[in-house]
Ligand binder design. Structure first.
Ligand SMILES: [Zn+2]
Length: 464
């Protein structure tokens, strides 16, 4: 009895210019993948031989080039070819990887896998809550389990839920049924957080459903609005042994999700960038964070905009400020040979004088060191430049870059909402409604390939 385990993830933003390269993926193969995945013990305790394939995960980025997709997908397919008698396959995908020419990476890999494995083989997926689910996915995946937290803190639990459901079905000879109900609803990702209503009650309901013996998994997928593709939307997905039950529960959840569509609000002050900077300057709080939501690297944007930095330098150059992680390999490479304390000129900002503060490192998406950072001080404003796209989602990112997060009054990061790990350091949070590939105003994204009607671009009645 054997189970294949793999992971291949990159949340795509088809509006972003930069595409991920091979080296943007943190990559492990064989036994090493279990440093990153949380399911091995579940399968081994049940007596399965666990066959590791690959783990390839990148920070969200633009559309994935076909050759990069093929490079990693082919390795998963090779593992499957070497083990065509596998009883089960577990894959931790994101669910919103968009590939040039073919669209959904997840759907395409599953189609290929099904051509190889025996028809009895069960496939279980663990997916991000921001997955854009294609209707056809249920033709190929037997079990789907999605994160129940936004911001995400339950990646391990989600994997383990999928793995346990897979074992349960294999042990009991169950061929589960997955019902997918797309919901024509696409909200600003950053208004959707599971700790708050109305999403909290909906998530609680999925947990309650999963505690019932006839529902294997019950999921809400919120969709990922920055992919211009027909499968972009929210959805509900329910897996159960009984087809009717799965359909009934998925439709009921979909109708409840739809009913909340007007109830999502920003959970902190959300203003245009200039107003955010002014409020941060006038604010009495000890430390104020501004998130540059239009250039949010965790939503696939480039992270190279200096618009808010320019506003800070214009409005509040005297405030002790850190702007962290502006993507600019040219600056990091060009000044890497300097020593801390050296004076340099920044042509990026019209030849302004700066002082090299510290040479540091970039902590990657999966908490490994992936490259170099260089922090330059312009008066009281420290700017952390990174040679690769990065996301400052926790204090450890600042520590690795060599800057003391606790020493700043204003901190600007390339995020939408603040990640849970940063919240304890923020006495106030300002959400800057900036332009860019991760702009949160749907009407400004120019989406042409999504299904219509789609709320809130269209206002209409709908029922599952
Ligand atoms: Zn997500």
């Amino acid at each position: 009895m054997k189970i294949i385990v793999a992971s291949f993830q990159c949340e795509s933003n088809s509006l972003a210019k930069l595409r991920p390269s091979i080296s943007d993926f943190e990559y492990f193969r064989g036994e090493d993948i279990f440093k990153k995945l949380a399911v091995r013990d579940i399968f081994e305790e049940k007596g399965y031989a666990v066959i590791p394939s690959i783990y390839a995960v990148a920070l969200p980025s633009g559309t994935v080039d076909r050759n990069i997709y093929d490079h990693y997908a082919s390795q998963i397919l090779n593992t499957v070819r070497d083990n065509p008698d596998a009883d089960g396959i577990f894959i931790f995908f994101h669910g919103s990887m968009h590939v040039e020419e073919i669209g959904s990476a997840e759907l395409n890999i599953l189609k290929e896998i099904r051509r190889i494995v025996n028809p009895e083989c069960l496939i279980a997926l663990s997916l991000d809550a921001h997955a854009n689910i294609t209707d056809e996915l249920s033709d190929y995946a037997d079990i789907i389990s999605g994160f129940k937290t936004v911001p995400h803190t339950d990646q391990r639990e989600c994997q383990r839920r999928a793995a346990n459901a897979l074992c349960y079905c294999l042990e009991n000879g169950i061929k589960p049924y997955t019902y997918i109900q797309r919901v024509p609803f696409l909200l600003k990702n950053d208004t959707l957080q599971t700790a708050f209503e109305p999403l909290k009650s909906l998530i609680d309901e999925t947990l309650l459903l999963e505690s019932e013996s006839d529902v294997l998994t019950a999921n809400l997928f919120l969709g990922h609005c920055w992919i211009d593709a027909p499968n972009t939307s929210a959805s509900t997905v329910v897996c159960a042994a009984d087809k009717k039950r799965a359909e009934l529960v998925a439709k009921d959840l979909a109708n409840k999700l739809w009913a909340t569509r007007r109830d999502y609000k920003f959970l902190c002050e959300a203003e245009l960038p200039e107003e955010c900077v002014k409020r941060a300057v006038d604010g009495e709080e000890h430390r104020i964070f501004i998130t540059d939501s239009g250039d949010n690297t965790t939503a696939g944007a480039e992270g190279d905009s200096v618009d808010i930095l320019k506003l800070i330098l214009k409005i509040a150059p005297e405030k002790k400020t850190c702007v962290a992680g502006i993507t600019n390999g040219e600056i990091v490479n060009g000044f890497w040979g300097t020593k801390d304390g050296d004076k340099v000129q920044l042509s990026l900002l019209g030849g302004i004088d700066a002082t090299v503060k510290v040479h540091g490192e970039i902590l990657g998406w999966t908490k490994e060191i992936i490259g170099r950072s260089l922090t330059l001080s312009i008066g009281n404003v420290d700017v952390v430049f990174t040679e690769l796209r990065s996301a400052f989602i926790e204090k450890g990112n600042f520590d690795k870059a060599g800057v003391d997060l606790l020493s700043y009054r204003i901190v600007v990061v390339k995020l939408g909402y603040l990640f849970t790990e940063l919240k304890p350091f923020a006495d106030r949070e300002l959400f800057a409604l900036s332009d860019g590939a991760s702009c949160v105003e749907l009407s400004r994204l120019g989406l042409k390939k999504i299904i219509r009607p789609m709320f809130p671009l269209d206002d209409f009645e709908w029922k599952a």
